[in-house]
Design a protein around this ligand. Structure first.
Ligand code: NAD
Length: 506
């Protein structure tokens, strides 16, 4: 049901556009203007998409395609993403407020390469492996096969919909599965473009479906649907727990990429120019709305004041403004709700005794008064028990904690229910690696941040997740392992059946 004068988008199920009699209104986070409407799916749409995915999987139209053909179609998709870069960037900016520089470098810039990595995996992954003939207890040949699971569901958040979607769609398709993607209601456009484009490149109807809808209805239905064999989820830890519960009914495989509260330890010998810029890059990129952002900066007391001074000076230059303008450094946060949530955290921090070294408030930007803005913010005098040091804020809010010994810093860093990423800044690489070895996180960045490579695993320790996306093991998460044992023993007396049947055969 379209709104007059605004472009309306439909879901994509079984190779067809599918509308709904309800809509989501999508508003530009920098202006609050209505930019498009999107069909709002229901539980019935989720069921329709799963049925279509199941039918496609069982027909073998994708699963039984030679892996070289699957890889070729996926390469075509990866190349088309690169060719349509501008359109994808526009989709992301108007929905989630990323700046054009961020969208070019991260939101969309990573997408083509990551998809192409999975296209290669479609061909290179070891789908079948023969184990050398085993002679004990009897002669046998053994084979390990990795087979597609069937219907997979991907439930994706709003912050990096295209890339985080590809981390699930890529391995699922490479392994021969069908997939149903549930987009976040605020950011459906880039994945919708990808679904259509995949279809144009030769992915058969029903193999890649996209639905929208409320998480607690449509997402929850996918997570509990008896015909879904695997759920790949990125989002908050609270919803991740819920997904685990819902998936347990039919013991689905689950991959969870959840929240974070990443610590970074600045050792006394760190290069302060690199660290000041790097720590701000790690914390404030995309207005801090990244699960792996470095939000807790642990600084040795000997360099604390100087580093804070440099970071405040550099962060004061961050220019808020039109996300589509190349001169803009930082865009808005995604919604009024997020803006208010961040402001609440900052007020709580002030009440708890943290010192505002910079910012600490909502902001207004001339010409963009309707948007949702937060000042780049640095809090000092923070202790690790304060709420701003324990909970994920998802805003451009840096928390600085002073430490005296490296042992103490490691203990503070690990004192968190999260463990997605962590980092170290130091000019002594060996010392930094030694500290990194003791940090409890799935990724450790030394003297940099936000470095995600499709060939390397990504995921969290503790309550930051379960399983890993990307890397060589990514397709393991979208396949079932089957061990096939073929016994080669030809005479009864060489078999081991006498363990049970001791009386010789007549
Ligand atoms: P969210 O958990 O609220 O929503 C994520 C997705 O789940 C959305 O599509 C939503 O509609 C759906 N959903 C909500 N309730 C559901 C339910 N009961 N059942 C099934 N689906 C449901 O998270 P968000 O606010 O969209 O995203 C921010 C969170 O995502 C942050 O906590 C952030 O750290 C996390 N995140 C993690 C990673 C990572 O890789 N670890 C990456 C990006 C974001």
């Amino acid at each position: 049901m379209a709104t007059v004068g605004v472009k309306h988008h439909q879901m994509f199920i079984d190779g067809q556009d599918v509308d709904s009699d309800q809509v989501f209104e999508i508003r530009h986070p920098a202006t609050n203007e209505l930019v498009v409407t999107m069909a709002k799916g229901t539980v019935e749409h989720a069921d329709q998409a799963v049925e279509s995915a199941k039918k496609a999987f069982e027909s073998g139209v994708w699963a039984n395609k030679p892996k070289e053909e699957r890889a070729a179609i996926m390469r075509e998709i990866g190349n088309r993403i690169a060719l349509e870069l501008e359109e994808f960037i526009e989709d992301e900016i108007i929905c989630n407020g990323a700046t054009v520089r961020q969208a070019t470098g991260f939101h969309v810039g990573l997408a083509s390469g990551h998809f192409l990595y999975f296209a290669d995996q479609a061909e290179q992954y070891e789908f079948e492996r023969d184990v050398p003939t085993v002679a004990y207890p009897t002669m046998s040949m053994n084979r390990v096969r990795r087979e597609p699971i069937g219907v997979c569901a991907a439930i994706v958040p709003w912050n990096f919909p295209l890339v985080l979607g590809i981390w699930k769609i890529g391995p699922a398709l490479a392994a021969g599965n069908s997939i149903v993607v549930k987009v976040d209601e605020k950011t459906p456009l880039s994945l919708l473009r990808l679904a259509r484009l995949a279809h144009e490149c030769g992915v058969p109807p029903g193999v890649f479906n996209l639905v929208s809808g409320e998480g607690k209805e449509v997402g929850a239905r996918l997570a509990s649907h008896p015909d879904v064999g695997k759920v790949g989820f990125t989002g908050s830890t609270a919803v991740g727990r819920e997904i685990m519960k819902l998936a347990s009914g039919t013991v689905k495989k689950v991959t969870l990429e959840l929240g974070g509260k990443a610590p970074t330890i600045v050792l006394p010998d760190a290069d302060l120019d690199i660290t000041a810029d790097g720590a701000l890059f790690g914390c404030m990129l995309y207005s801090g709305q990244i699960c792996e952002s470095s939000t807790r900066i642990l600084v040795h007391e000997s360099i604390h004041d100087e580093l804070v001074e440099r970071m405040v000076k550099r962060a004061s230059t961050i220019k808020l403004g039109d996300p589509a303008d190349y001169d803009t450094d930082m865009g808005p946060v995604v919604s009024e709700r997020q803006r208010d949530r961040i402001v609440d955290y900052m007020e709580k921090a002030k009440a708890d005794g943290a010192t505002v070294a910079l910012g600490g408030n909502a902001a207004t930007v001339e010409g963009f008064e309707g948007g949702w803005w937060i000042e780049p913010t640095i809090f000092t005098d923070v202790t690790n028990d304060m709420q701003i040091a324990r909970e994920e804020i998802f805003g451009p809010v840096m928390v600085v904690i002073k430490y005296s010994t490296v042992k103490e810093a490691i203990a503070i860093a690990n004192d968190s229910s999260y463990g997605l990423t962590a980092g170290v800044w130091s000019t002594d690489y060996e010392a930094a690696v030694e500290v990194g070895n003791q940090l409890q996180a799935g990724t450790i960045w030394i003297n940099n941040w936000h470095q995600v490579d499709p060939a390397l695993p990504f995921g969290g320790y503790k309550q930051s997740g379960a399983g890993r996306e990307l890397g060589e093991g990514a397709l393991d998460e979208y396949t079932e392992a089957k061990h096939m044992h073929v016994d080669l023993t030809t005479s009864l007396d060489r078999h081991i059946f006498d363990i049970l049947l001791s009386t010789p055969a007549e």
